[in-house]
Design a protein around this ligand. Structure first.
Ligand code: SF4
Ligand code: SF4
Length: 111
C-alpha cells in the first residue's frame, strides 16, 4: 500500500504535577540562560555530532525539561563539546555549559 499524505498521531499528554523536576531546577540554577530557550531547533540543525549519529541536542534538553531522564547520560556522551550550537542559538542559550551541567547533574543524582 502506498504511504502518502497525513497520518493521525496518537495524542501525547503528560501530567507535569506527577513529574519530578528537581534536576531541571538544578540545571536552571546553574545555567539560567536555558530559561530563554523557545525550542526552535537551531542547535540540533547545526550540531556536529548529528552528522555522525542520531544525537539531537534539542530532544535531549527537551526531555530534561520534562523530567524524562532515562538514557540521557548515554545520549549526552555523543556530544563533542565543540560549541557550534552555542554560537547559533538565537536566544543566547549557553548550550555547551548546559550540556556539561546536564552531565554533571545526572552523575551527581544517579540512583
Ligand atoms: S537554538 Fe537555542 S532557543 Fe533554539 S532550541 Fe536550541 S537552545 Fe533553544
Ligand atoms: S557542543 Fe555538542 S551538541 Fe553542540 S554542536 Fe557541538 S556536538 Fe552538537
Amino acid at each position: 500500500m502506498n504511504k502518502f499524505g497525513f497520518a493521525i498521531k496518537t495524542p501525547r499528554s503528560e501530567n507535569m504535577d506527577k513529574v519530578s523536576l528537581e534536576r531541571y531546577h538544578m540545571l536552571l540554577d546553574r545555567e539560567p540562560s536555558f530559561k530563554r530557550c523557545f525550542q526552535c531547533g537551531c542547535c540540533s540543525a547545526t550540531c556536529s555530532a548529528r552528522q555522525f549519529t542520531e544525537f539531537s541536542i534539542r530532544r535531549v534538553h527537551t526531555s530534561f525539561r520534562r523530567g524524562e531522564y532515562a538514557g540521557l547520560d548515554e545520549e549526552l556522551q555523543k556530544c563533542m563539546l565543540c560549541g557550534k550550537c552555542t554560537l547559533v542559538c538565537p536566544r543566547g542559550v549557553n548550550l555547551r555549559s548546559l550540556i556539561i551541567n546536564m552531565r554533571q547533574i545526572l552523575d551527581e543524582t544517579k540512583q
